[in-house]
Write a protein that binds this ligand. Structure first.
Ligand code: DAH
Length: 357
């Protein structure tokens, strides 16, 4: 009995975790443990022997049990101490300087132009950036052989081997949203569609991903004069000036007839970009009267309805308004640039409170 006691109390003292402790309990005082086996031998003893051995075995069992529970409590304490030690934190440390993100100039410009066009009765529509070939080209009167397809430097999506359908494209302009909006809403309709577009092009004023806002107004009596007025109102409101010099140039787009491109007067002196002065012109948009074929592709009767459309480069508007000379920096995610050109997160642009102040 002394051997048993020494053996188990020794093991208990050395146990490092609860499962070891449980194994010891089973071996020592479990139903088939060593102490139980010894108790079974009591039957074979003489009454005198039993009177001594019985209480001694019970005492041994109690002693092992209390050693087990004491050790169990000690292990739990140690575990808690360890947690407290590792999870310790110094609540008196000073907090970090407040960090706040800023609004990217493209997002800012988008919010601003949305506020302006909302005032003019345009709602906002969106379309997918991965677009069908049909919506991006055919429906806009750009058939397969048309040079505009090549000019757009299109990114084509991969097609599975053996799939002969035309591949989807990363939309090269927001014009396909004209089609989607007409399909969805019918006429009359007045929407703008801002969003990202893609072309394989890269220099100071071109990046492979950039942003446009499409405009579309279809009704029974809409004319080029309405287009010109809307664009002038927009540009004045956006640049927050009473007069901006715009140049309407006759142009050609497959989806409009007649078509006009619009440039804005600017200067690039010493790498500084300024609007409204100087001898340079920056093209900011294409526009025109929507081609009857495009109206028909949108599911609207071109004999009854007509309208205008335009596509404006949002990034270019932001460059001009905020004097940011290089478009490529817009998408470098350089924090220093974002802190310098970004806008306060909580200022929502609106026409009454001011767009950018
Ligand atoms: N989709 C043209 C482009 O990306 C821009 C454009 C021109 C849009 C004329 C229009 C438009 O809606 O009428 O270059």
């Amino acid at each position: 009995m002394d051997d048993l006691k020494a053996k188990y109390l020794g093991q208990i003292a050395e146990a490092g975790d609860e499962s070891t402790l449980e194994a010891i309990r089973v071996a020592a005082v479990g139903k088939k443990g060593e102490v139980a086996l010894k108790m079974r031998e009591l039957g074979k003893m003489t009454p005198e022997e039993r009177q001594v051995a019985g209480p001694a075995l019970n005492a041994l069992k109690d002693e092992i049990n209390s050693a087990l529970s004491a050790k169990k409590a000690a292990l739990a304490d140690a575990a808690l101490d360890e947690r407290l030690r590792t999870e310790w934190l110094d609540v008196t440390l000073p907090t970090r300087a407040r960090r706040q993100g800023s609004i990217h100039p493209v997002s800012q410009a988008t919010e601003e132009l949305t506020a302006i066009f909302a005032e003019l009765g345009f709602s906002v529509a969106e379309g997918p950036r991965i677009e069908t070939d049909w919506h991006n080209f055919d429906a806009l009167n750009i058939p397969g052989h048309h040079p505009a397809r090549a000019e757009m430097d299109t990114f084509y999506m991969h097609r599975a081997e053996g799939d002969n359908r035309p591949p989807h494209v990363l939309r090269t302009h927001t014009s396909p949203v004209q089609i989607r909006s007409m399909e969805l809403q019918g006429a009359p309709i007045r929407v703008i569609c801002p969003g990202g577009v893609y072309r394989a092009d890269y220099d100071q004023t071109h990046t492979p991903m950039f942003h446009q806002v499409e405009g579309l107004a279809i009704d029974k009596d809409i004319s080029m004069a309405n287009l010109k007025w809307v664009l002038e109102e927009f540009v004045k409101a956006f640049f927050e000036v009473d007069d901006v010099e715009l140049r309407f140039r006759a142009s050609h787009f497959p989806f409009t007839e007649p078509s006009a491109e619009v440039d804005i007067r600017c200067s690039w002196d010493n790498g500084q970009l300024k609007i409204g002065e100087g001898d340079d012109w920056m093209e900011i948009l294409g526009s025109g009267m929507v081609h009857p074929k495009v109206i028909a592709a949108g599911g609207i009767d071109p004999e009854v309805y007509q309208g205008f459309a335009f596509g404006i480069g949002i990034d270019r508007l932001a460059m001009l308004k905020y004097g940011i000379p290089d478009l490529r920096a817009f998408f470098d995610s350089d924090l220093r640039w974002l802190r310098h050109y970004g806008f306060a997160a909580l200022d929502m642009p609106n026409l009454h409170g001011g767009l950018s102040r």
